[in-house]
Design a binder for this molecule. Structure first.
Ligand code: GTP
Length: 509
């Protein structure tokens, strides 16, 4: 009789290209890789045929009595039997559990069953079992037609550990014993040591056995990010996280992070976590029994969920409080920033714009008014003989005069104008949309007010000041930029000073 050989699908696998050459060569030449029993190879043959039937599956399994008994036990277990009568034939068992679950059971039975396996393998299989149950439950909710496929892929997601163990027993012991608490740390160590992780190697092994390529690919990507995965692979990928939480030293804490993941994912929001956890709790012992592995630690799913919900609630409260604090800190900062911004534009003595802000604003108005063909006037106002006032009355009185003059021009300008202290006793007014006549009118009002009203009193004695005002208008001088316009106003003001002060002149007029 010819020995039954598995069909090697590893060449068809796109993931194979991500295996480093030395790993691929090593795997191809390794004689101690886990193999499949002949019944499993026959079942795989059936699985590959396009019209695989329940009968064909059953006939392949019947060649292995122990496998047959295990499949019957699974079909009669509480989960599959529900209240249906006990069944006695392999064909009935296949029909009840479904073709995909039959395939998964057949493939994994031989791999998992040694009860004397190293502790880390027991842990890995525990993870696989829990993941498989979780994955199938999620698939039943989200993509019922794929539940069997999802179950198989989740169950076999860690078989690459076996291949790596066969290939590099010593290296593997160093990173597998003890198994890292977080499964992702295991993958990380494998990446560092082998340049690939056990998921990719597992995909290769499954393909080598001849499992359908899309199943091998699902194993290979089982540890990848689930967020953007198609729905069936989403179930496979998320299942590992759920199993990790179930087996974690502090399951409630780990479950909280799973709950956050579920919440942030639209597909996953349909999954009822309580029912999912209860399904794991109920099915775990019987599935472990069927696959002959030591049952992993079980959880009281209700208690676990309640604890996790409590933690989530507390964390959310703490998070909200932190968020609120951060928001108020941010608001304070913004307020302070805008205060500083305003302060950086203001002359503290008069409360008017300072020189920097005047120059910046003039630049903007100049560009805008020129582009839109609008008028723009600038007036430079300098208090006459201010040094004498300072000398006569003192600097403090000089300050009061500057302050009062600031108030005076603020009263006289329009909302659209901008007045500021350019420096010392020199002031500037920017007047958008105002031509020479309007600017001159304002200048006259300033001069008139100063003539009418004392600017300050010293010991009840009124003090009067006069000003020299120079005006320049955008339309009058062919100015290339705001600086030229400003200089023109300044020069005009100096011209007034030169001809005797206390007067108004317009550039170019
Ligand atoms: N009190 C006070 N005086 C200032 C301030 N800034 C500048 N000054 C004074 O303003 C005076 C300006 O003097 P000058 O530049 O000679 O001008 P002026 O005496 O007004 O003479 P003309 O401009 O030619 O009419 C100086 O005495 C400065 O010390 C200020 O913030 N407060």
């Amino acid at each position: 009789m010819l020995a039954i050989q598995p069909t090697d699908n590893s060449q068809k696998l796109s993931l194979t290209s991500t295996l480093p050459d030395f790993i691929r060569e090593g795997l191809n030449n390794c004689f101690t890789l886990p193999t499949l029993p002949s019944a499993a190879i026959k079942v795989l043959d059936v699985a590959r045929s396009p019209n695989a039937s329940v009968k064909a599956y059953a006939e392949a399994i019947q060649t292995d009595p122990i496998l047959t008994i295990r499949l019957l036990a699974l079909a009669n277990s509480a989960y599959y039997a529900r209240s249906a009568p006990t069944i006695h034939t392999c064909q009935e068992a296949v029909a009840r559990v479904g073709l995909d679950t039959t395939l998964a059971t057949t493939l994994s039975f031989n791999l998992f069953k040694h009860k004397d396996q190293a502790a880390y393998l027991q842990q890995v299989w525990s993870r696989s079992l829990i993941a498989a149950i979780a994955a199938r439950y999620m698939a039943e909710q989200l993509c019922p037609g794929e539940a069997g496929f999802v179950f198989t892929a989740a169950l076999l997601q860690d078989i690459g550990v076996l291949a790596l163990k066969a290939l590099y027993p010593d290296d593997v012991e160093a990173i597998y014993e003890p198994l890292p608490t977080h499964h992702s740390d295991l993958s990380h160590s494998e990446q560092l040591l082998f340049g690939c992780d056990h998921a990719t190697v597992g995909a290769w092994l499954a393909a080598k056995w001849g499992v359908p390529t899309h199943l091998a690919e699902a194993i290979g990507t089982s540890h990848a990010d689930y967020a953007s995965a198609p729905i069936d692979l989403f179930c496979v990928r998320l299942s590992g996280h759920i199993a990790d939480a179930w087996l974690a030293p502090s399951p409630a804490h780990s479950l909280v992070s799973v709950m956050r993941k579920l919440k942030s994912h639209t597909k996953a929001q349909q999954i009822e976590l309580a029912a999912l956890l209860s399904t794991i709790e109920k099915q775990l012992p019987s599935l472990a029994d069927v696959l002959e592995i030591t049952a992993p630690k079980n959880q009281d799913s209700e208690e676990l969920l309640a604890e996790a919900q409590d933690l989530l609630f507390q964390q959310t409260l703490a998070l909200n409080a932190r968020l609120e604090q951060q928001q108020s800190e941010l608001a304070n900062l913004l307020e302070r920033q805008s205060e500083l911004e305003v302060r950086s534009r203001i002359d503290p003595l008069t409360g008017l714009a300072n020189r920097g802000w005047l120059e910046e604003q003039l630049g903007e108005h100049f560009a805008q008014c020129r582009e839109e063909g609008r008028a723009l006037s600038v007036a430079f106002i300098d208090l006459d003989h201010f040094k004498t006032i300072n000398d006569q009355y003192g600097h403090l009185v000089g300050d009061v005069i500057l302050e009062n003059f600031g108030k005076l021009i603020r009263r006289l300008i329009k909302d659209s104008d901008l007045a500021g202290r350019f420096g010392g006793e020199e002031f500037m007014i920017i007047m958008p949309d105002e031509d020479a006549d309007s600017a001159q009118l304002l200048a006259k009002k300033v001069a008139h007010q100063l003539a009418e009203q004392p600017i300050a009193y010293v010991e009840s004695q009124p003090i009067h000041v006069t000003v020299s005002i120079g005006i320049a208008c955008l339309s009058d001088g062919g100015f290339a930029n705001s600086r030229e316009l400003m200089n023109a106003a300044d020069q005009t003001m100096y011209f007034v000073k030169h001809i005797g002060r206390c007067g108004i002149a317009i550039y170019g007029h």
